[in-house]
Ligand binder design. Structure first.
Ligand code: SF4
Length: 445
């Protein structure tokens, strides 16, 4: 790099775990090129935002942050970059209408980022304003050779595949992250070994459509077992699977391997066949429920969670009621419930009018959230009196006097540190004495 002293880069991450992982890749690529990462935004020469385009909320947050940077940029030389899905999806809008932004880089273009930033710095020093943009999607880029720069912790994310070929009609990911491509299994297992040697106790395998992983004769079930066999790794999770790619061998792997967590996040999105078809989810309510039966038949220890979109295009009251009944029937441990929000460039944006009013969407979300809260509370109540192995993560969010960890089923467990002494990364047995809809309260057994 052609620069006088190392430049400091502040990176903020929005959105999903894949973005968190990509930020670790970006940190690694930038430090390898001589940049210094800083948590202090006020001292940074470069501020990057790794963005999400999936929901309106994340999108709005990025615009708010951008307007916050206006004053900073007036005070001193500053390079502002937008990375990730918003950069990919809104490249023209951001490049043309957002004068604040100097650098745009999509999810397949992070190798070019050091060069783009260096060029933006140089152009500012010369009193010019050159904008750098790299947004080409790749059929091959998996960053297989880039070792993510992880922060200390208990869990290491490992992306096993990138992109998505499913084209769910509401989703922007196939356009922002391109076609599916899987990494070589050897690289993934080596990354898990490295994470174990760095003290990480849990691995979460990531992919937009994680269970469609395929490399030669390796499928996702085989990969999952190979990672779970890595010495030093106590727990392995994965997210997010698509119900269409759930063969018996994968369920068998989850059930039989002691270090693969008994938690499956299985996004359903809707309980109505016409809406599922409009969403292009490629399964029916009946097929989904058959899979759920197989999973829950595996035993009381299995934890099932889901994602739901309420108020998708043309969803009637009766069709929404099918989703409500599906929740009552499956009785998930938890559900992430969102209002439908139209995303630019998706199939739904082009073909299906966003015609359910915001008030109706809100009513539907509230009804589902209330129902799910009751079910989660009942599900959690069933743990009272039992003893669970808990992986300690650190302090609870609400108080540093409390410790926090996760059960094998990924349920948050909280305890008083005065009565239980444990360090992050340890698995300890705790006795559950109370609960809320989202938390189990525990003490020493
Ligand atoms: S499976 Fe559907 S919702 Fe998930 S990333 Fe692919 S297109 Fe989006």
């Amino acid at each position: 790099m052609n620069q006088k002293s190392p430049r400091q880069v502040h990176l903020e991450t929005f959105g999903c775990q894949m973005n968190e992982y990509d930020s670790e890749l970006v940190r690694s690529l930038l430090t390898r090129d001589g940049f210094i990462m800083t948590d202090d935004r006020e001292r940074a020469d470069v501020i990057l935002m790794n963005t999400c385009a999936i929901r309106e909320n994340a999108h709005n947050k990025v615009y708010t942050h951008l307007s916050d940077l206006r004053a900073l940029k007036r005070q001193r030389p500053l390079v502002v970059g937008v990375l990730g899905c918003m950069a990919q999806n809104l490249k023209e809008e951001l490049a043309a209408k957002e004068p604040l932004v100097d650098v745009l880089a999509g999810p397949d273009a992070y190798r070019q980022l050091p060069m783009l930033i260096a060029d933006a710095i140089e152009s500012q020093e010369q009193g010019e304003r050159r904008k750098g943009m790299a947004v080409d999607l790749s059929e091959y880029e998996t960053y297989d050779d880039v070792v993510p720069e992880r922060r200390d912790g208990v869990n290491a994310w490992i992306a096993v595949m990138r992109g998505c070929d499913n084209f769910c009609s509401f989703c922007v990911v196939p356009y922002t992250r391109g076609r599916e491509r899987s990494r070589e299994p050897e690289g993934i297992v080596a990354e898990a070994r490295l994470a174990a040697s760095q003290g990480f106790k849990q691995i979460t395998l990531l992919g937009q459509n994680v269970n469609s992983y395929r490399s030669g004769d390796w499928d996702f079930a085989r990969l999952l077992v190979a990672v779970a066999d890595v010495p030093g790794i106590e727990r392995v999770r994965f997210t997010s699977p698509h119900p269409k790619d759930f063969p018996p061998a994968l369920l068998e792997a989850v059930l039989s391997h002691p270090r693969i967590c008994k938690h499956i996040h299985l996004p359903v999105q809707s309980g109505n066949d016409r809406i599922l078809s409009l969403m292009n989810r490629t399964y029916t309510r009946a097929a989904y429920l058959t899979l759920v039966d197989q999973i829950l038949a595996a035993g009381p220890g299995m934890v099932l969670t889901t994602d739901i979109i309420a108020g998708f295009c043309s969803e009637s009251d009766a069709e929404f009621a099918d989703t409500y009944r599906l929740l009552e029937e499956v009785r998930y441990h938890a559900a992430f419930i969102f209002k439908y929000s139209e995303r630019k460039n998706t199939i739904a944006a082009r073909k299906h009018p966003d015609d359910v009013s915001d008030a109706v969407k809100s009513e539907r979300v509230t009804a589902l959230v209330d129902l799910q809260r009751r079910i989660s509370q009942e599900r959690n109540r069933a743990y009272i009196g039992s003893t669970l192995p808990v992986l300690v993560e650190g302090d609870a969010k609400r108080s540093s006097l409390q410790g926090m960890g996760k059960s094998d089923g990924n349920i948050t467990v909280v305890w008083e540190k005065s009565s239980v002494s444990a360090s992050p990364g340890q698995i300890i047995a705790l006795s559950i004495y109370d609960c809320s809809a989202s938390t189990l309260y525990a003490s020493a057994p």
